[in-house]
Write a protein of this length. Sequence first.
Length: 179
Amino acid sequence: MKIYTKTGDAGETGLFGGPRVSKDHVRIEAFGTVDELNSHLGLVRTLPAADRFDLMLRRIQCELFDLGAQLATPNTAKERITVTHVTSLEESIDDFDSQMPSLKFFILPTGTAIAAALHVARTVCRRAERRVVTLAHQPETAIPANAIEYLNRLGDLLFVLARFANQQDSVNDDPWHPA
């Protein structure tokens, strides 16, 4: 089987078990941005010092595939991302956050290479969350019950991981100062 099908050459793509829609349809934007986030996490996993997060990030990548598949399937009743997944992210946030000093100011998204890559992934995660919210506002559109919560917590986790990565490499948070 060839990788190219030519079925998308007119600017449309097929949903799982559903109709063909424009490639700029809000549903495509939602699961496409989740896919982009997944790729950024794959890049993070290749960086030095990523081994401390590798198993967790791999698990999250698998969960993002599940979420993307669910977003790509209109009117699916099967929930792949559950409250258990959200709770797991919260537990990870609490664990890593408890190992760092309290944050008392806004910080710039910088530091080590892995911290900066985690910040990029965080911002893509926030965009994915916004795209899913947009999809949820569409008439007669159901989204996975825990999708927005999951992406919201994942963005928080990526922020905490970026700070933790910097701390592990003795790099201080870089505070934002108004221009």
